[in-house]
Design a protein around this ligand. Structure first.
Ligand code: GLN
Length: 535
C-alpha cells in the first residue's frame, strides 16, 4: 500500500521521563526546517478521556488548544518548537478510543460481531493516527506513544504500530528511545537495558529502525557498534541523545547526530533544503548570553511539581531571551503565604506572577501576593485565577468590600465579584465542559495590554467557569481598576489593569499557551520588560 503521508512512531523503553516529547519535537523541527510540513501527535495509554480532570500533581499542566482540547503538556512543546497550532486530533487517550468504540457498538455499527481489543480497539487507534495524515496538510506525522514499552496499557498501541509498519511499508518507521545508564562503580555506560527493551519490542513484532539513546556521557563507536549489532539496526541509526543544558538545544544536538538525515533516508524522502535554523540559533544565543538578570515570583499551589506550570515557565524563558535577560523564577507556594510572612516571601522580587488554578487551597496566599504587588508597585501579571484574585483583592482592600470573593469558593458570599458564567450554571459533568479554547478579545487602545500586543483585537485560549461580575464594573472603573479587554460579543471582562501602577495586568485567558520560540508571547515580553525596569 502506498500513501503520500509518512508516519514516524516514537516509543520509549527502560524508563519513563526520557524526554520522548522533546525528541519528537526536535525531530519535527528539523524536518520542518527542511521544508516538510510536520505535525506531532501524542497517544496516551491512560483511561481518562483527557487530562482535563487530572490533578496537576498526577500529570503536570493541562495544555489547551485553539479548538478547546484539554491535552497533555507535550503538545505545548510541539507548539513551542514548531510554531504551528495543534488540535483535538493531536492527543488521543485510551479512554477516548474505548468511548468511541463503545459508542459505535451501541449504535450497532459492528453488525453483531464480538467487539475486541484486536481488531476493534487497534483499528480505532490506527484511524486516529491517520486522521492527521488524511487531512492532506502534512507530509509527515510523528506519533509519540506515551508510557513505556512493556506496560500492559501500551500493548494495543504497539500492536497498532506493528500493523501500520506492515501496511505502510517504507512510509512508516519506528524510533525507539532508550536509556544507556552510567554505572559509577563500574565506570561504564551499560547497553543491556537497551538490548532488553528492544527485545521486548521485538517480542511484540516491532523492529525499531532508529534507536535514540539517552546518556549522560559520550556514546563512543564501540558502544554504538555493540548496540547496533544486538538490536538489528545500522550503526548510523544509533543516535546519542546527551543531556542538554536547555531543551532548546536538543534540535541542534539531533542535527549534529544527523537524526533528520537518517529519518529522511529511511522514508525515501530527499532533503529539499538544508536546514538553516538561523532564527532558532539566534534565540539560543540570546538565551545563553543574557545581559542582566531579573527575578519573578511565580505564585501557585502546585509549585513542588514544576511541570504544573510548564507553559508559564517556558513563556518566561522565551520572554527573557527576547529581552536579553535571565529570568530567575522563584517558585512560591501560595499555601505558605500569610499576611505575616508576606514581606519576607516577596522580598527582592522584580515581578509577581499569580498562576491559574482551581479551588480554595492557597487562594488567600495568592490574594496576599496581589496586595503586595499592587501596594508596592511591583509589575504584576495575573493569569485566570490570578486575574480573579486581583479583582477580589481590589474589591476587598480598595473598594472596602471585605467579604468580596469568588462564588467558586464561597457560593453565597456577600460580594460575589467573580461569579459563575451564566452558560455554566446548568452543567453538572466536570470533564470538557469549561469555557475552553480560543475567543476574541477587544483591547482598550493605550492600555498596557494593547501596547504589549501592538494591536487591539486579539485571540487567546481559555479554560474557566467563572468571570468578572459585571454588576461591579462601574464601581471598579471609577476607583482605579479598568477593564481593558472584553469579549466583543458577550462583553465578558477578559483583562483588568490598574493604570495608576507601573504595570498591573490580569488576564482571564491563558497567554502562556501561545508563546513559541519563533513568537515569544508579547504579554510575557512586556511583563518581563516591566520587571527588568523595576530594579
Ligand atoms: N477556577 C477559575 C475558573 O474556573 C480559574 C480557572 C483557571 O485559572 N484556569 O474560572
Amino acid at each position: 500500500m502506498s500513501n503520500s503521508t509518512k508516519y514516524i512512531f516514537v516509543t520509549g523503553g527502560v524508563t519513563s521521563s526520557l524526554g520522548k516529547g522533546i525528541i519528537s519535537a526536535s525531530l519535527a523541527k528539523l524536518l520542518q526546517a527542511r521544508g516538510y510540513s510536520t505535525t506531532i501527535q501524542k497517544l496516551d495509554p491512560y483511561i481518562n478521556i483527557d487530562p482535563g480532570t487530572l490533578n496537576p500533581y498526577e500529570h503536570g499542566e493541562c495544555f489547551v488548544t485553539d479548538d478547546g482540547a484539554e491535552t497533555d503538556l507535550d503538545l505545548g512543546h510541539y507548539e513551542r518548537f514548531l510554531n504551528v497550532p495543534t488540535s483535538q486530533a493531536n492527543n488521543v487517550t485510551t479512554g477516548r478510543i474505548y468511548q468511541s468504540v463503545i459508542d459505535k457498538e451501541r449504535r450497532g455499527e459492528f453488525l453483531g460481531k464480538t467487539v475486541q481489543v484486536i481488531p476493534h480497539i487497534t483499528n480505532e487507534i490506527k484511524e486516529r493516527i491517520q486522521i492527521l495524515g488524511k487531512k492532506g496538510t502534512y507530509d509527515i506525522v510523528i506519533t509519540e506513544i506515551g508510557g513505556t514499552v512493556g506496560d500492559i496499557e501500551s500493548l494495543p498501541y504497539v500492536e497498532a504500530v506493528r500493523q501500520m509498519k506492515w501496511e505502510f511499508e517504507d512510509d512508516c518507521i519506528v524510533i525507539h528511545l532508550t536509556l544507556v545508564p552510567y554505572l559509577a562503580a563500574a565506570g561504564e555506560l551499560k547497553t543491556k537495558p537497551t538490548q532488553h527493551s528492544v527485545k521486548q519490542l521485538l517480542e511484540l513484532g516491532v523492529q525499531p529502525d532508529i534507536l535514540c539513546c539517552r546518556t549522560e556521557y559520550e556514546l563512543d563507536l564501540n558502544l554504538r557498534r555493540k548496540i547496533a549489532k544486538f538490536c538489528n539496526v545500522n550503526m548510523n541509526a544509533v543516535i546519542e541523545a546527551r543531556d542538554a543544558d536547555t531543551i532548546y538545544e536538543v534540535p541542534l544536538l539531533m542535527q549534529a547526530e544527523e537524526l533528520d538525515k537518517i529519518v529522511l533516508e529511511k522514508l525515501s524522502l530527499s532533503a529539499k533544503t538544508s536546514p538553516e535554523l538561523t532564527q532558532w540559533k539566534e534565540f539560543l544565543s540570546r538565551l545563553k548570553n543574557p545581559q542582566s538578570e531579573t527575578t519573578i515570583g511565580l505564585i501557585g499551589k502546585y509549585v513542588e511539581l514544576k511541570d504544573s506550570y510548564k507553559s508559564i515557565s517556558e513563556s518566561l524563558i522565551h520572554a527573557g531571551a527576547t529581552n536579553n535577560v535571565k529570568v530567575n523564577v522563584r517558585w512560591i507556594h501560595s499555601d505558605k503565604i500569610t499576611a505575616n510572612n508576606l514581606e519576607e516571601e516577596m522580598n527582592g522580587l522584580n515581578g509577581i506572577l499569580v498562576a491559574p488554578g482551581f479551588g480554595s487551597r492557597g487562594i488567600s496566599g495568592k490574594i496576599e501576593a496581589v496586595k503586595y504587588a499592587r501596594e508596592n508597585k511591583i509589575p504584576f501579571l495575573g493569569i485566570c485565577l490570578g486575574m480573579q484574585c486581583a479583582v477580589i483583592e481590589f474589591g476587598r482592600n480598595v473598594l472596602g468590600m471585605t467579604e468580596a470573593h469568588t462564588t467558586e469558593i464561597i457560593e453565597d458570599c456577600k460580594f460575589p465579584v467573580i461569579d459563575m458564567m451564566q452558560e455554566q450554571k446548568n452543567i453538572s459533568n466536570l470533564g470538557g465542559t469549561m469555557r475552553l479554547g480560543a475567543y476574541k478579545c477587544q483591547l482598550t487602545p493605550g492600555s498596557n495590554i494593547s501596547t504589549a500586543y501592538n494591536t487591539d483585537l486579539i485571540s487567546e485560549r481559555h479554560r474557566h467557569r467563572y468571570e468578572f461580575n459585571d454588576k461591579y464594573l462601574e464601581q471598579y472603573e471609577e476607583n482605579g481598576m479598568k477593564a481593558t479587554g472584553k469579549n466583543p460579543e458577550s462583553g465578558l471582562v477578559e483583562v483588568v489593569e490598574i493604570p495608576n501602577h507601573p504595570w498591573f495586568v490580569g488576564a482571564q485567558f491563558h497567554p502562556e499557551y501561545k508563546s513559541t520560540v519563533a513568537n515569544p508571547h508579547p504579554l510575557f515580553v512586556a511583563f518581563v520588560k516591566a520587571a527588568m525596569n523595576n530594579k
